[in-house]
Design a protein around this ligand. Sequence first.
Ligand SMILES: [Zn+2]
Length: 202
Amino acid sequence: MIRFFNTIDQIEHFIRSLQWQASAALNCPHCARTDQWFSHGFQYQQLGIHSRAITGKRLICSNRFGHLGCGRTWRLYLCERTPFAHYGCTQFFAFILALFFNTSTRNTVEHAYRLATGANNARHAWRWLNRLRLQLPAYRAVFFDRPAQLDTNTLDAKSTGDNDIHFLIQTTLSQLFQRLPSSADTHNLCALFQLKTQIRFI
Ligand SMILES: [Zn+2]
């Protein structure tokens, strides 16, 4: 399902197009209707006590005022945002560069996390690495041209050592770099992946 866009203008254009498109551009994941979508406002990320940034917009499959939808919402995101994560593509991409592609020094997972987020505490560092590992099938589907939901037993961590997993992630991301070249809008691999596949990067 479509979820990621380059700009808020593109999101708003897409929402407007849902009103008049004859073909089904977006099926509701809950009730499968295509014709009951309405804009349901902006979504934000809180940056501090007094500031927040727009991260996308919500749609509602309306069940009010005679509409026939189910009342559930669907979120459309700017491509640099990662759904259900505090940090965005900027930090995840910085983590990847620091951990896998720093040619001067070999950063540890914890150090790469600190460099990327500025956080003092690196307790989520290994969780980030694990989330990359779990997404490997989706990344590899980009250059294997297979459906992203494929299941690959070859990526089973239990049968593979930490160094092998590290190498596998690094190799996969290198191939992803080659397959998703920088655009005029962004050179961020995470954002490019989300735009290309409409699947969250991490
Ligand atoms: Zn619905």
